[in-house]
Design a protein around this ligand. Structure first.
Ligand code: NAP
Length: 273
C-alpha cells in the first residue's frame, strides 16, 4: 500500500470545554512518521475518560498543549509507513498502539512511537484491540508496581516461593480493575475483588476467586484468604491521590480499610462518586 499523502478526515476540538458539541469534523494534513514512529491507517480507537477530562480542561495548560487537538490515545489499525530506524514493523502489519499524550485516534491516520506499538494477533479484532492500550497497561503497571508476578513460570509457584499471592483488586468492575482481575488471575494468583452488587457476577466470570459488594458491611471486614502467603493490593478507585494505586505491604491479618486509613480503598458510601 502506498504511503498516504495530502489530507485526511479527523474529529478535533479547538479549545477547552464545550463537550461533544465542540467536536468538529475537519480536513487536516496526514501526519508523517518521525524517526522511531509508525504511521497507522486507523481501524478503531476508543474514548477513554481522559479524553473528555482533557477536553474539559482538567490538565490545562499541559494537556492538550496546543489546539486544535485530535482525541484518541488508543490506536488500532494497519501500518502504512515507518519512520527512520523502525525495523520491527512494516507496512501491512496489524497493530495496536498508545499515542499519549499526542492522541490522534479520531482520524483516518495517526502516528505512534514504534516502542509503544504491538502486533495485533488476528483473533483480536481492531475494536477489541483499541480497548486495550491505556486501561490495560494501567492495570498491568499497577500490578507490576505492587510486585505481582505475571511470569507464566512463576504462575505455577505464585510468588516464587510455591505459594500464590493474595491480590486484592478494588474497583474491579471498572475500566482498569477488570483488566487487573484478569491479569492477576492469569498470573495464577488468588484474587479478591470489590465492586458494586450489579457486577459481582461479571467480576467472578473474569476470574476473581471472591467478589465482594463494596456497599455491604462484609467488604470492609473481608479477611485475607486462609493459608497465608504474600498479599498485594491494587486499587482502581480514586482516592486522595489520583488514579489507581498499588502496594506491596501485607496487611497483618485482615484486609481492612479501617486499619490503614489513606492506604486502603475508601469506605463504602451510600451514593456513587
Ligand atoms: N480507565 C483508564 O484507562 C484509566 C487510566 C489511568 C488512570 N485511571 C484512573 O483509575 C481510576 C479508575 O478508573 P476506571 O476507568 O477503572 O473507573 P470506572 O470504570 O468508573 O470504575 C470505577 C470502579 O469503582 C467502583 N466504585 C464505584 N463507586 C464506589 C464506591 N463508592 N466504593 C468502592 N468502589 C466503587 C465501581 O464499581 P461498580 O461500577 O461495580 O459500582 C468500579 O468498579 C480513576 O481514578 C481513573 O482516573 C483510569
Amino acid at each position: 500500500m502506498a504511503a498516504p499523502s495530502g489530507t485526511m478526515r479527523a474529529v478535533q476540538y479547538d479549545r477547552y470545554g464545550g463537550g461533544a458539541q465542540r467536536l468538529k469534523h475537519a480536513e487536516v494534513p496526514v501526519p508523517s512518521p518521525s524517526k522511531g514512529e509508525v504511521l497507522i491507517r486507523m481501524e478503531a480507537t476508543s474514548i477513554n475518560r481522559v479524553d473528555w477530562k482533557f477536553q474539559k480542561g482538567v490538565a490545562r495548560p499541559v494537556m492538550p498543549r496546543k489546539f486544535p487537538f485530535i482525541s484518541g490515545f488508543d490506536l488500532a489499525g494497519e501500518v502504512v509507513e515507518v519512520g527512520a530506524g523502525v525495523c520491527e514493523f512494516k507496512p501491512g502489519d496489524k497493530v495496536i498502539a498508545i499515542n499519549f499524550p499526542g492522541g490522534g485516534g479520531l482520524a483516518e491516520y495517526a502516528v505512534a512511537s514504534a516502542s509503544l506499538t504491538a502486533l495485533r494477533p488476528p483473533e483480536v479484532s481492531a475494536a477489541q484491540g483499541a480497548c486495550l492500550p491505556v486501561a490495560a497497561v494501567t492495570a498491568l503497571r499497577a500490578l507490576q508496581t505492587a510486585g505481582v508476578s505475571l511470569d507464566p513460570d512463576a504462575a505455577r509457584g505464585g510468588d516464587g516461593t510455591g505459594r500464590r499471592m493474595n491480590v486484592l483488586v478494588t474497583g474491579a468492575s471498572g475500566g482498569v480493575g477488570h483488566f487487573a482481575v484478569q491479569l492477576a488471575r492469569l498470573g495464577g494468583h488468588n484474587v479478591t475483588a470489590t465492586c458494586g452488587a450489579r457486577n459481582l457476577g461479571l467480576v467472578r466470570e473474569l476470574g476473581a476467586d471472591e467478589a465482594l459488594d463494596y456497599g455491604t458491611p462484609r467488604a470492609p471486614r473481608c479477611e485475607a484468604p486462609p493459608g497465608g502467603g504474600t498479599t498485594r493490593w491494587c486499587t482502581a478507585r480514586r482516592r486522595r491521590s489520583r488514579g489507581p494505586c498499588s502496594g506491596r505491604r501485607s496487611p497483618p491479618r485482615a484486609w481492612s480499610w479501617t486499619s490503614r486509613p489513606g492506604s486502603w480503598p475508601a469506605p463504602p458510601r451510600s451514593s456513587r462518586s
